[in-house]
Design a protein around this ligand. Structure first.
Ligand SMILES: C[S@@+](CC[C@H](N)C(=O)[O-])C[C@H]1O[C@@H](n2cnc3c(N)ncnc32)[C@H](O)[C@@H]1O
Length: 233
């Protein structure tokens, strides 16, 4: 393995970012973009729910490279009507620097326009405090820097759909704890949802204990299962 960078990212198979701090990839090695779309917008049934929503709120645990946000923004642009607005709030403790972000996101030529807009707004070398940016008139990114548990406890947002993306539960159990998932539940609008690639039994139970109705759905590609769920109305 090469020398570790300050942000503890190394590159596998060319341009696939890997966190040495957590011992995990930022997205699936096979086809990150297809998996992201399947799990997060797909698991939260966003296309159907967006149709009637004037002001939709997504929140994410783990911004990482921004891939989830970028593909969501692209899908939103393609489906929204005039006047509809989406806020995407993401909680991130270890923001990447712009160079790392650019290298990782160069994997997705389908997102060239969206990636360029994110990189143009990205502080150099990296965001050290919260970043709020209108990526266009109908889409705002709110990046909350710090530990998710700390930040979420003090945050008074209400969420329609959660993306739970904090590295594999076995490698980063803090992002899947009962306390944190209870906060996620508390910030979810009745009828609101979450989705995650995680399928571990203890994560499912923590989500149920928090109050969600949890479903096991087919995972992407070779992955058998993923989880999605709803806060009962
Ligand atoms: C799997 S990556 C997220 C991938 C990302 N959603 C994307 O689209 O590239 C998990 C992220 O969670 C962040 N993270 C890990 N522990 C955290 C914590 N306790 N609070 C906030 N963020 C955390 C990591 O720094 C990493 O960026």
């Amino acid at each position: 393995m090469g020398e570790e960078r300050e942000d503890e990212i190394v590159w596998h198979e060319g341009d696939m970012p890997f966190s040495t701090r957590f011992g995990d990839h930022f997205y699936s090695r096979e086809n990150g973009l297809a998996e992201t779309r399947h799990v997060f917008p797909g698991g939260n049934r966003l296309q159907a729910r967006w149709q009637g929503a004037d002001d939709f709120k997504i929140a994410e645990l783990g911004f990482g490279t921004g891939l989830n946000m970028l593909t969501t923004w692209q899908a939103w642009k393609a489906s929204r009507r005039e006047g509809q607005h989406l806020t995407f709030t993401s909680f991130e403790k270890f923001p990447l620097d712009g160079e790392t972000l650019g290298r990782a996101l160069a994997n997705w030529p389908e997102l060239t326009v969206e990636v360029a807009a994110l990189l143009a707004a990205w502080p150099n070398p990296k965001p050290l405090k919260d970043l709020v940016v209108d990526l266009d008139d109908g889409f705002q990114l709110q990046l909350m820097i710090g530990d998710a548990a700390d930040r979420l406890g003090k945050w008074n947002g209400t969420v329609d759909a959660w993306y739970l993306d904090g590295f594999a539960p076995a490698r980063n159990p803090d992002m899947w704890s009962t306390d944190l998932l209870a906060q996620v539940f508390e910030k979810t609008r009745p009828g609101g949802t979450f989705a995650t690639y995680a399928a571990a039994g203890w994560v499912r139970r923590n989500l149920q204990v928090a109050g969600f109705t949890v479903e096991r759905l087919p995972g992407h590609g070779m992955k058998r299962e993923m989880l999605a769920g709803t806060r009962p109305a």
